[in-house]
Design a protein around this ligand. Structure first.
Ligand SMILES: C[S@@+](CC[C@H](N)C(=O)[O-])C[C@H]1O[C@@H](n2cnc3c(N)ncnc32)[C@H](O)[C@@H]1O
Length: 227
């Protein structure tokens, strides 16, 4: 049975049709949505749109044109319904891996919340980030400059389980100027607890224990500006 969920963010009320096979807006999704800068009349690319929530928020924040991509057709179907439910008409949905469907196009802003759960065995595709959790993250960053206009911005989170410093170093080495737009932390969920020993063996993974002695991951939201 399908269910509609209402999310309030930045004074917006967004309705989303819940699909158990599509990534549900998470703590990191909210962190991005809360900290998106003004997008007035800008062209935006949302990579890995999932339910379409960040494309919807971008539209409500004034972006002129948004292209939202995903490799999950199921996610794109769900996003299409969600765009209609929220009266959003300036988002174009495209199927394809990362930049595949925008090969020769440039944008003012690229937003992405890549799957970052590190694991050898695939998790549900929408959350699995490959063995080190950086499979999509690194590809988004490495090719961003080809798809950004001058002074364009890449808005991208990194969780501590995949190496916050590693993202900083990669962005810096590519010439981006970096700002931190937001940060936060969450206790491990059941799935992360199960793979904690694996996480302990990852070179770049880092976490801390809170006062209840729960392992917690951190997340940083970067804005990387192409000079
Ligand atoms: C963590 S979810 C984020 C969804 C949504 N943007 C949000 O913040 O709630 C990651 C999304 O990326 C998609 N994805 C995974 N690998 C991808 C790839 N290679 N190219 C494009 N999208 C991909 C997944 O299907 C999923 O919808």
């Amino acid at each position: 049975m399908s269910r509609v969920r209402t999310i309030s963010i930045r004074g917006l009320t967004i309705k989303l049709l819940v699909d158990s096979k599509v990534y549900p807006p998470s703590f990191t999704t909210r962190l991005i949505a809360k900290n998106l800068p003004s997008l007035d009349c800008l062209d935006v690319l949302d990579l890995g749109t999932g339910s379409g929530i960040l494309a919807i928020v971008a539209s409500k924040l004034g972006a002129c044109r948004i292209i939202a991509t995903d490799i999950s057709r199921r996610a794109l179907d769900n996003a299409s319904i969600n765009l209609k439910m929220n009266n959003v008409e300036n988002v174009e949905l495209r199927y394809g891996s990362i930049y595949q469907s925008v090969e020769n196009e440039k944008f003012d802003v690229i937003i992405s919340n890549p799957p970052m759960t590190p694991s050898v065995r695939p998790f549900p595709r929408y959350t699995w980030g490959g063995a080190d959790g950086r499979m999509m993250l690194d590809r988004v960053i490495l090719d961003a400059s080809k798809h950004l206009r001058k002074n364009g911005r890449l808005i991208i989170p990194t969780i501590s389980l995949v190496g916050i410093d590693k993202t900083w170093r990669l962005l810096t080495s590519l010439g981006f100027k970096i700002k931190v737009l937001g940060y936060g932390w969450r206790p491990f969920g059941d799935k992360l607890i199960k793979i904690k020993e694996y996480i302990d063996r990852l070179e770049h993974a880092d976490y801390f224990y809170d006062k209840f002695w729960r392992p917690c991951w951190r997340v940083i939201l970067y804005e990387a500006i192409l000079p």
